[in-house]
Design a protein around this ligand. Structure first.
Ligand SMILES: Nc1ncnc2c1ncn2[C@@H]1O[C@H](COP(=O)(O)OP(=O)(O)OP(=O)(O)O)[C@@H](O)[C@H]1O
Length: 245
């Protein structure tokens, strides 16, 4: 679909404003904060890094952005680190590369993908702590939250998802998700306009079977109501306890 320069500018501005809305609503960023952005090389975390970095120029408050990318050496999936370094340089953001191993052979009956992402999170928390940073930002968006809601209801019989912000380790680290009000389709659109390449390759261990099924279910629900995705998201803030069994 052809989009004029003006339309593209409008989309970019709207998406950046929506990030700003989440940041303000959850008080995610304060003056002089240091924020470590976890960057996978996928479109969402690249956009998150770029948006947070650009916002610094437009705001009266100042905050510091750092980026971290975890390289799991024993998993045959790597991104173009030179491109990412260059991207961070242009944004005037320091990139921290974390080299680690998932040691999948010792993961017992845990699935490789689970063991690898648990190790990645551990490494990100470790670096955040070592750098004396309090805020760790992830690139999860609204679709991730809705899919997680559906998965948790079906698998764990509880109503829970991924929070927009969460205090961890007795408040030492605050996890923030500034893209939480944006859909996957909005993020795809943003990446296309900004010309972000897809640095991520499919990992051979990647097992998203359940998540893909949850995604399909959410997609089917949009046939009931085109707004189903947003409604599922908003329903998490509107639980009518009197009308529950
Ligand atoms: N190798 C990594 N290094 C640093 N952070 C990561 C890495 N992989 C994932 N993350 C963080 O975890 C978030 C969710 O990861 P996930 O693999 O679900 O995202 P993705 O959709 O594959 O990539 P992205 O969200 O960047 O488009 C990412 O947005 C990013 O913030």
């Amino acid at each position: 679909m052809f989009e004029s320069k003006k339309q593209k500018q409008y989309t970019v501005q709207k998406i950046r404003q929506t990030v700003g809305k989440a940041i303000n609503q959850y008080n995610m960023i304060e003056a002089d904060d240091h924020i470590l952005v976890a960057v996978s090389g996928g479109k969402d975390s690249l956009a998150l890094l770029e948006i947070l970095s650009c916002r610094r120029k437009a705001l009266p408050i100042h905050y510091h952005i750092h980026a971290a990318h975890v390289i799991t050496e024993d998993v045959p999936y790597q991104i173009d680190v030179d491109w990412l370094s260059d991207f961070c340089n242009k944004l005037d953001v320091k990139l921290h590369l974390i080299h680690t191993k998932a040691n999948l052979e010792t993961a017992g009956n845990k699935k490789p993908c689970f063991a690898c992402s648990r190790n990645r999170r551990k490494e990100l928390f470790k670096l955040t702590n070592e750098l004396g940073i309090k805020k760790l930002a992830f690139g999860h968006h609204l679709d991730d939250a809705v899919e997680t809601l559906v998965m948790n209801m079906a698998q764990h019989a509880n109503i829970s998802s991924i929070p927009a912000q969460l205090e961890m380790f007795d408040g030492k680290i605050q996890v923030i998700r500034p893209l939480i009000f944006l859909t996957n389709s909005e993020m795809k659109h943003y990446a296309l306009i900004m010309g972000f390449p897809s640095l991520k390759r499919e990992c051979p261990y990647e097992d998203h079977t359940i998540r893909y099924k949850a995604r399909e279910i959410v997609e089917q629900m949009t046939e009931l109501n085109p707004k189903a995705r947003i409604n599922l998201f908003n329903s998490m803030n509107k639980i009518d306890f009197e009308y529950l069994p």
